[in-house]
Design a protein around this ligand. Structure first.
Ligand code: LLP
Length: 455
């Protein structure tokens, strides 16, 4: 079984999604536009479930909202049995609109505010993933004020190296996430006797993307020893849940990620006796489900030769897709319509066909770091051509921004040969909608500025 699948393929030289021509979508809604494949999203969710079923484990799969937060996407994943992993009040709002059962939501994040926690308590969120002693105390007092009993898991920091980008490494001791293993035992001792929070689980997330299953095995093995130690400290305490987070790889290049069965085995094997005894495993995948389910379509505005370099200047760059500028991330880029000789045999840095031209694919913004792809070999492109930036479904639209006053892109979902606009392109009026002057009553200099000195 292929590792990651997606429904974007060339037919007669034209890129399609589930049979729909991407050029038709671009003509209908303009560019930049994100296009998602429903079939890919759902199939990835089901493949992950199947991989764990082979390990006799039935995890609660909480899709990581931050990776692809469009409510219409969330609704469809929820309809296929996904819970949701949220990290903010804004994501709670989206989860509610998506109609998910709140009991199937987990809530992580190092900086949950009082308002966010209270809203999540009132919504009946299934599990708070606690990141610090201070947050635990705060949750306890807010829960007793709301007359609720919160269910919580302690996020631990297993100090394993996921061997990924420094910015997305989260399970190393020096990061801000979770509580060190040696502090976790003391944490549980202090939590005993707190009535408004039931601390029933552990949570970890080592980083993202993690292409090697070994760090998962190591982190879970360390966690199981910690569970044993805590249970022996506290007679009667039995862990009910273990949330191992997300971070499973996606195919930015064809065949890049390991088979899901390898992740499932690495995670499930050290837990075998615990899951058999009723421990519920929770997963928080984002990228693995969404990345290969989406492409970003941009149009070439100009091409330009500058010294030795050939620039392909597009109508969107780091505003629509920040990952190349922020992490030097690789996204395969190719024209959406090509001569038969230029249909790419696979996606990767090393695709080489006769006649390719070396170029930098850049955006229109006033930053030298505004690129979608550096030093790429592409078929010759011209002004007006449509380019597809692949594997952009996760952390694409969710990290898009309005820099240089760029309206946010549109989003389209394709399902069974039908395309639906699920987010319209922002207008210029949207850009300035919140920019209205309103003098703040009750806020002003203690010594009022004399009328004659005002600017
Ligand atoms: N759970 C927790 C606690 C997380 O912090 C994350 C991602 C996930 C789950 C989902 O990870 P995934 O399965 O999607 O890899 N902006 C970066 C990724 C940052 C990930 C942050 N946390 C990127 O564009 O690669």
């Amino acid at each position: 079984m292929p590792r990651a699948m997606d429904a974007f393929e060339y037919r007669d030289g034209a890129l399609t999604c589930e049979g729909v021509l991407l050029s038709d979508i671009a003509d209908a809604v303009g560019t930049p536009v994100y296009v998602y494949s429903h079939r890919t999203l759902i199939e990835h969710l089901e493949r992950l479930r199947a991989a764990f079923a082979l390990q006799a484990t039935d995890p609660l799969i909480c899709f990581s909202v931050k990776s692809l937060p469009n409510v219409e996407i969330l609704k469809r994943l929820v309809a296929h049995g996904a819970g949701l992993d949220i990290v903010s009040g804004g994501e709670l709002h989206r989860a509610r609109l998506a109609g998910v059962d709140p009991a199937r939501c987990v809530y992580a994040g190092v900086g949950k505010t009082d308002d966010e926690i209270s809203a999540a308590l009132r919504a009946g969120i299934g599990l708070f993933n606690i990141e610090s002693e201070a947050e635990f105390e705060n949750l306890a007092s807010l829960a007793s004020r709301e007359r609720k009993i919160a269910r919580a898991a302690l996020r631990i920091n297993p100090d394993v190296d996921p061997r990924t980008h420094r910015y997305t490494t989260t399970g190393k001791r020096e990061t801000k996430f979770g509580v060190d293993l040696d502090r976790a035992r003391a944490f549980f001792r202090a939590a005993d006797g707190v009535e408004s929070v039931r601390l029933t689980g552990l949570h970890l997330h080592i980083g993202s993307p993690v292409y090697d299953p070994a760090p998962y095995r190591e982190a879970v093995t360390r966690t199981v020893s910690l569970m044993d130690a805590i249970e022996s400290d506290h007679r009667g305490r039995i862990f009910e849940t273990l949330d191992v987070g997300g971070g499973f790889g996606a195919d930015y290049e064809t065949g890049q990620s390991p088979a899901l069965a390898e992740y499932a085995e690495a995670i499930a094997a050290p837990l075998r006796s615990r899951t058999a005894a009723g421990l519920r495993l929770i997963l928080e995948p984002g990228r693995m489900i969404a990345a290969n389910a989406g492409v970003l379509l941009v149009r070439v505005v100009y091409t330009k030769q500058s010294g030795e370099r050939q620039f392909v200047i597009c109508d969107a760059g780091m505003n629509a897709l920040l990952r190349p500028a922020l992490y030097s991330a690789f996204h395969f880029i190719w024209p959406a319509e090509v001569a038969p000789a230029f249909v790419p045999p696979r996606r990767g840095r090393d695709v080489d066909l006769p006649g390719l031209v070396l170029c930098d694919v850049v955006g229109p913004l006033c930053e030298s770091g505004d690129f979608l792809g550096e030093a790429r070999r592409l078929p010759p492109v011209a002004r007006g051509d449509l380019l597809a930036v692949h594997a952009a479904g996760a952390y694409g639209m969710s990290m898009a921004n309005r820099y240089n006053s760029s309206p946010l892109p549109a989003e389209v979902l394709v399902r069974d040969g039908e395309a639906t606009l699920i987010r319209s392109r922002e207008s210029f009026a949207d850009l300035t909608a919140h920019e209205r002057a309103a003098v703040l009553d009750g806020v002003g200099a203690r010594d009022p500025v004399p009328a004659g000195e005002r600017s």
